[in-house]
Design a protein around this ligand. Structure first.
Ligand code: HEM
Length: 402
């Protein structure tokens, strides 16, 4: 329990943190990785370079400071982060290291303004926040390892099949190398894969949604080949596409994540995806087809054109199972051939006009794709009067406010 005095000190530092939050976390990461370069085997180097991780951590620390006496208010956000931590095998012993360097960074940036009293209060508060994360993560580790075929850390998987889904997306079918069964998972969940890339000093970790339904004897991930550049962006996806072959091994963590569908509900489902944002919806729509084939499903996917459209035939064939199913493709620059394809609905964007013809007030809406796409779709849905509680979305990468 924090004393009222500590709570008051923490709350009074929020305005300062709001000004310096990102600088503090930037300094924090620089010092952390200098002292503990082994942690570069855990963190995503591309997110670091873009400063995404710094902002995500800064936002969370700020939120925690604001709500330090009622942490239950931010529990949903904590759980989402804890899912990410668990999927990356973040351990309790990492927390004191992060705490030490976070306090060090506060001191370094705020200089004399960071009095002994303030640093002490933050030390206590960090202990409370870390304790919440550690206990939630413990439950998640236990749950992951206790289920049939489950495990708690990384486990070697073999690539058993590689299937090209579009000009830029390829699926990898993965089976545990030791012949174990794969555990069940919630449709929409993701796994972390960890790879050693030739010529690179540190391991690379990436999260990919599972794109096949639960209940198979394999996991499937579907990876977009990002444009290779000078940044580490695209390093993993290019390696997977170009180097990794059937028979190769990849380390994988157990499925995690809370972007999923409630299979108990009967409400219509509207899936709205852009580009590779389609992947979590593949496991969701297959799960609905397997378990609730009568549920009303509308699936609308936006791509650049037909050549970049993944899973066309897989989605089309679902009409054999789903009895209330509408599938539409929207292409920004379709070829003449694309325009004649079955289920081609519109040239251009997934906009308010298109959405208004698909809106059902009682439906649950699932949105996934690039950030500008998600912002536009969520805005449109709200303008069309959809209850925000019924709009569910997931952004690939550190959770940032949309
Ligand atoms: C991700 C906060 C402790 C490692 C994140 C994210 C937040 C966050 C907000 C982004 C979540 C997302 O991507 O959806 C915190 C807070 C901590 C804490 C408030 C302390 C109370 C730790 C510790 C480690 C760690 C102890 C392990 C050394 C990571 C990693 C990611 C992550 C590897 C994924 C980011 C990436 O590389 O893309 N954390 N974290 N965190 N956290 Fe933490």
């Amino acid at each position: 329990m924090l004393s009222q005095k500590t709570i008051d000190i923490i709350k009074s530092t929020v305005p300062v943190l709001e000004v310096h939050g990102t600088t503090i976390t930037t300094v924090f990461y620089e010092n952390l990785f200098e002292a503990h370069p082994e942690l570069l085997n855990v963190f995503n180097h591309a997110n670091q370079k873009k400063g995404r991780q710094q902002n995500a951590l800064a936002n969370t620390v700020l939120a925690a400071a604001k709500y330090i006496d009622q942490l239950e208010t931010i529990l949903p956000a904590v759980k989402q982060i804890a899912q990410k931590h668990r999927s990356l095998a973040v351990k309790p012993e990492h927390y004191p290291i992060v705490g030490e360097f976070l306090l060090g960074a506060i001191k370094e940036v705020l200089k004399d303004a960071a009095t002994e009293e303030i640093i002490h209060a933050w030390g206590e508060a960090y202990g409370v926040i870390a304790g919440v994360f550690i206990s939630i993560e413990k439950e998640m580790y236990d749950q992951a390892s206790n289920q049939d075929g489950g495990w708690s850390d990384f486990k070697p998987f073999t690539v058993v099949e590689k299937v090209q889904e579009s000009d830029v997306i390829t699926s990898f079918y993965l089976k545990p190398a030791n012949g174990d069964a794969v555990p069940s998972f919630l449709p929409g969940q993701y796994v972390t894969i960890r790879m050693e890339i030739q010529g690179e000093r540190y391991l690379f970790n990436r999260q990919y949604s599972l794109s096949a339904s639960p209940g198979k004897d394999y996991f499937r991930i579907s990876v977009k080949k990002e444009k290779p550049g000078i940044s580490p962006d695209g390093r993993v996806s290019n390696y997977l596409h170009e180097v990794i072959q059937v028979g190769d091994m990849i380390d994988v963590t157990a499925p995690a994540g809370d972007f999923t569908i409630n299979m108990e509900k009967q409400t219509p489902l509207v899936f709205l995806s852009g580009g590779v944002g389609i992947t979590p919806f593949m496991s969701m729509v297959h799960a609905v087809a397997d378990q609730k084939p009568e549920r009303d499903v509308q699936f609308i996917h936006a791509s650049e054109n037909g050549a970049l459209q993944p899973f066309r035939s897989e989605l089309t064939e679902l009409s054999r199972k789903l009895t209330n199913y509408q599938l539409s493709f929207v292409y920004k620059n379709p070829s003449e051939e694309d325009k004649n394809l079955p289920n081609f609905e519109k040239q251009g964007y997934m906009d308010a006009e298109l959405l208004s013809s698909h809106v059902k007030p009682e439906a649950d809406y699932y949105v996934c794709g690039p950030v500008p796409f998600m912002k536009a779709i969520i805005t449109c849905l709200k303008e069309l009067g959809i209850d925000p509680e019924k709009i569910h979305y997931e952004f690939f990468g550190p959770a940032i406010a949309l």
